[in-house]
Design a protein around this ligand. Structure first.
Ligand code: SF4
Length: 359
């Protein structure tokens, strides 16, 4: 069933301090107003009416929910109870810090109808966490995930490759560790430098260098592929391109792109096309590429980059890219000279020995 998210941004509420990279007000465009009870109820009812056939999920983003005083958590969750009881709200999600989760508050959330908790993990390197000013270590992540799972709560983990002290190898190690915890989903946000954060000072002083866009896409390609192979969905790659974030002067540096995920997915498609065209027995002549209808734009690439690269690097001309309902989103089929070959992004690409050197 389609899901309609009713978002409430509680920017920085509950946060014990600011992490070096973070400015939720700029990321979300939120005005940092704690929603009043009437606002919560009215907003949910309005969303419910406008999306009659979708499941409604209320989400409290942008702060450290479980670090809020209990009275404030109640102020947000109590108004939802009648709406949950009569089916107008199907689920509730909150985001928080790993060191603000324990057995008691995990059970409390479950009892108040919270079905999903997203943890800002960022890295599983203690050195990177220290340099990011997180105020917790990797052990807190292991413990928080256990508490949440024991309480029967769906767990999403957020990773942030490219923080100070991070390297591609460390990011991949962090990914491997969090995949070992079997989260229900991941989000991957390559680090960008936002105006007014301590990270901007580090950047301006020359002591922090963000990843390039190409380096971040390369790294996230491998991260996405490893997550897919592990069966863990990655529900977002790259920060949400809100209007506020894209105001001039807000993003100072770093691998921001409004369609970052598409760049990553396009690279996976390109790598599979190269593999297919260089190892298959397809005949001479222009190539037709068939893929899931959802994949056509990834296969073509932004500004047709994949078509251009196939031509300039491998001398391959693509006659057409066609959507084919019978193919899954991970399958590509090439055809030429009456011969067809199909391959699968998850199964047939192998980045297990990938060394990413350019950051
Ligand atoms: S990263 Fe999370 S804990 Fe750190 S300041 Fe931002 S919202 Fe708060």
């Amino acid at each position: 069933m389609k899901r309609c998210i009713v978002p409430f941004f509680i920017a920085h509420r509950g946060c014990p301090h600011r992490c070096v990279f973070c400015d939720q007000l700029k990321i979300s465009g939120s005005k940092n107003q704690f929603p009043a009870i009437s606002e919560i109820i009215d907003t949910v009812i309005a969303y419910r009416k406008s999306s009659r056939f979708a499941a409604v999920e209320v989400a409290f983003f942008g702060g450290s929910f479980t670090a809020l005083p209990v009275e404030e958590q109640e102020q947000l969750l109590l108004p939802l109870q009648p709406l949950i009881a009569d089916g107008r709200v199907d689920s509730v999600r909150v985001s928080t810090r790993p060191d603000a989760v324990n057995a008691l508050n995990a059970a409390y959330l479950k009892g108040m109808g919270v079905s999903t908790v997203e943890l800002g993990v960022q890295s599983m390197s203690d050195e990177v966490l220290l340099l990011a000013g997180r105020g917790h270590n990797s052990q807190s992540v292991h413990e928080a995930v256990s508490f949440l799972k024991d309480a029967g709560i769906t767990v999403g983990l957020q990773l942030m490759p490219g923080l100070p002290g991070d390297t591609p190898a460390r990011s991949l190690d962090s990914l491997q560790t969090v995949l070992g915890m079997r989260p229900d989903f991941l989000r991957i946000y390559p680090t960008i430098v936002i105006a007014g954060t301590p990270l901007e000072n580090l950047y301006n002083s020359g002591s922090f260098r963000p990843m390039t866009l190409a380096g971040a896409v390369d790294l996230c390609k491998v991260m996405l592929h490893r997550a897919l192979r592990s069966g863990v969905p990655v529900i977002r790659i790259g920060v949400q391109p809100t209007a506020e974030l894209q105001y001039p002067g807000v993003i100072i540096a770093g691998p921001f792109h409004p369609a970052f995920r598409q760049l990553v997915e396009g690279e996976l498609c390109f790598d599979l096309l190269v593999k297919l065209t260089t190892t298959s027995v397809c005949g001479e002549g222009p190539l037709t590429i068939n893929c899931s209808p959802f994949r056509v734009s990834d296969v073509v690439g932004q500004r047709k980059v994949n078509m251009h690269r196939l031509s300039s690097r491998y001398g391959i001309t693509v006659a057409a890219v066609r959507g084919d309902e019978k193919l899954s989103p991970s399958e590509l089929c090439i055809a030429s000279g009456g011969v067809e070959c199909t391959a699968n992004i998850i199964r047939d690409l192998d980045y297990s020995r990938e060394v990413i050197t350019h950051v």
